[in-house]
Ligand binder design. Structure first.
Ligand code: NAP
Length: 310
């Protein structure tokens, strides 16, 4: 049951991004007036402002006087952040501080989106909201410092960490899997990296449920369960009616020998949702989400009919 936000003005940063695109219809269904923010004009963006520019953030939030800010904007290129941590810091820390400060000044509630990459993933999983953080990458470090900036601005604000996000028209893991299966027929995927795959559409619903309750503090919002990249890729293949044997297992070591990446990833950053669940907010299991999302993605990619027997 969706909460009602009738008449509430809700400003979304990163409204043109992967998650932002799903937030708008969920908020509109709940009766909210949505103001989409982004750093440049694109679909979903009503008001252009760069969150690294404090004056323009203040001006936008003052002018729109939202009751709620959903802060989904971030520097999300994990390897790009490793190459240029200063640029990631500017958006994820300084930008988050600007958005939180402007929300405080406007008397708005704020919920920001965080990441599983604040965890090292070397033995502590599944991580609940109280688990000690230890990011391995520049992206994780800057997102963690951004969390701290937000909670420091007002302890009544919230950060909802999510993981392995996919959905919509941009680049994401299920799209890469299906594109490679279509183009090459086979794909090798690592079977020793684990996490919580999350459909952006389900995350949008849960975020709005938490925002409607003005929930405070750190939360974990992800589709329930644990997957390896390989297990996820096989589930994607099956949901698109490809033969699952087209996805073969490999190891991180083997993968990195062929495709070196600058940023270290957590080995197992599976999250567990305790605090939001206690408020009645939880997402469906990840396999369920894949089963709902992937057929539409396969149709969008205009995939050829299944090659397997199933
Ligand atoms: N993707 C994942 O796997 C994943 C996993 C865990 C957590 N998260 C978190 O989930 C949230 C949403 O991620 P997403 O996948 O939707 O990201 P995304 O598609 O990359 O969208 C991020 C948005 O941030 C905006 N943005 C970046 N720099 C900005 C700036 N200086 N000023 C204003 N806007 C700026 C971008 O808008 P413009 O295009 O207009 O610049 C873009 O729309 C982020 O907080 C991310 O850290 C993502």
């Amino acid at each position: 049951m969706s909460p009602r936000l009738d008449g509430a003005r809700v400003l979304v940063t990163g409204a043109g991004g992967q998650l932002g695109r799903y937030l708008r219809p969920v908020l509109a269904d709940a009766g909210a007036t949505v103001i989409g923010g982004g750093s440049h004009t694109r679909p979903g963006v009503d008001r252009v402002f760069d969150i690294t520019d404090e004056k323009s953030v203040r001006a936008a939030i003052d002018a729109e006087s939202p009751a709620i800010v959903i802060h989904a904007a971030a520097f999300t290129d994990v390897d790009g952040a490793e190459r240029d941590e200063a640029a990631a810091h500017m958006v994820n820390v300084v930008g988050s501080r600007h958005v939180a400060g402007a929300a405080v000044a406007a008397g708005a509630y704020l919920i920001a989106v965080g990441t599983d990459f604040v965890f090292a993933g070397d033995g502590g999983a599944p991580y609940d909201e109280m688990a000690p953080t230890r990011p391995l990458s520049a992206y994780g470090r800057t997102k963690l410092e951004g969390e701290e900036a937000i909670m420091c601005a007002n302890p009544a604000f919230a950060v909802a960490r999510t993981a392995w996000l996919y959905g919509g028209g941009g680049k994401h893991f299920p799209r890469t899997v299906l594109t490679l299966l279509r183009d090459r027929g086979m794909i090798a995927v690592v079977d020793d990296e684990f996490g919580s795959p999350t459909f952006a559409g389900d995350l949008a619903v849960a975020l709005v449920q938490l925002a409607a309750q003005r929930a405070a503090g750190v939360f974990h919002l992800m589709n329930e369960g644990r997957a390896s990249r390989f297990g996820l890729a096989r589930a994607v293949a099956e949901s698109a009616a490809y033969h699952p044997e087209g996805v073969t297992p490999t190891t991180i070591e083997e993968f990195l020998a062929h495709y070196p990446l600058p940023a270290r990833r957590p080995g197992d950053s599976t999250l567990v949702n305790r605090r939001a669940a206690a408020l009645g907010v939880r997402l469906p299991p990840w396999r369920d989400a894949i089963g709902r999302y992937v057929p539409a993605l396969a149709a969008e990619l205009n995939l050829p009919p299944a090659t397997g027997e199933e």
